[in-house]
Design a protein around this ligand. Structure first.
Ligand code: AMP
Length: 287
């Protein structure tokens, strides 16, 4: 991997990089487009990182479809697909890991202990292996993107981080590899996640700037379906990821909820709402 990357750089080409866990959908492929815009050649990694899954989480059942992914990635212009084996990445559990610090105090942090440490550790390893000039992440995983940016800034990684907007199904559901877990009736219910965020946006646009009231409006929509088990709904500062009392245009409204056994996350920037994100045409749904 590193030889490929160094050869590209020796040729004067900028290397763009898109790390993923595979089971690719249009959201991943837009990151490839974005990487291609800012670089001359694009590498993608597919690695389901054991280090970022908790003991009760879905590491064993995480969807995998390597041949399909290979075709999708290649036809979208990925020049190098890096698919390391677990044994290659972790010949033994790493003794040294990258700590995310206080950015995990809210949102997914308390619900997924060790998750972001696992993410940072694998992303640090991938950056050292791929040596990209540019790496692109999705705002779908807003806390992840923020923490990675912090790692890069605080630890002087020589890579530019870009964050792309969320790609959604026609009804507003954010694309996710985990949507494949949803049974048909759960898939119908899942639309409430983005609708709830949109309701928060509506309240804010209507003049409600008390963050508690905005959050309550989101929870109200989610409570319409008993099968939605909310983990959190929070209005946070985009930089510190700490809850705000007064909402502003920059405030991030984020949620995590279980629908059946499937844990989904979503977020909007309060001043923009779902309008910042692209919806696929009704027929173009990928999962
Ligand atoms: P994953 O394979 O789920 O680890 O995701 C790999 C990258 O794709 C991460 O940077 C995600 O934030 C990004 N991503 C996942 N879903 C979407 C989406 N619906 N829109 C944009 N980016 C996404």
């Amino acid at each position: 991997m590193r030889a490929w990357s160094r050869a590209a750089r020796a040729d004067g080409r900028r290397v763009g990089f898109v790390p993923t866990m595979g089971f690719l959908h249009e959201g991943h492929l837009r990151l490839v487009d974005r990487a291609a815009t800012g670089s001359d050649t694009v590498a993608m990694s597919i690695f389901v990182n054991p280090l970022q899954f908790g003991p009760q989480e879905d590491l064993g059942s995480y969807p995998r479809a390597l041949e399909r992914d290979r075709q999708l990635a290649t036809s979208r212009g990925v020049d190098c697909l890096f698919v390391p084996a677990d044994q290659a990445m972790y010949p033994r559990p790493p003794l040294v890991r990258v700590s995310p610090g206080t950015l995990t105090a809210h949102l997914c942090g308390p619900w997924r202990p060790g998750h972001f440490e696992g993410v940072l550790t694998v992303v640090a390893k991938l950056f050292h292996i791929v040596e990209p000039d540019l790496a692109v992440f999705g705002r779908k995983d807003l806390q992840q993107a923020r923490i990675i940016r912090s790692m890069v800034d605080d630890l002087n990684f020589p890579v530019t981080i870009e964050v792309a907007s969320i790609i959604r199904e026609a009804d507003g559901l954010a694309l996710s590899s985990r949507n494949a877990y949803l049974k048909p009736v759960e898939r119908e219910v899942a639309v409430l996640l983005s609708q709830a965020l949109e309701e928060g946006h509506r309240r804010y646009r209507g003049g409600t700037h008390d963050a508690r009231e905005v959050v309550a409006a989101v929870r109200q929509v989610l409570s319409r379906e008993a099968t939605i088990l909310v983990q959190y709904v929070e209005a946070v500062d985009p930089d510190t990821l700490a809850p705000v009392t007064t909402a502003t245009d920059d405030t991030v409204l984020a949620l995590a909820a279980f629908i059946g056994k499937t844990r989904l996350i979503d977020n909007i920037i309060l001043g923009v709402g779902l309008g910042a994100d692209e919806r696929l045409a009704a027929t173009a749904g990928t999962v």
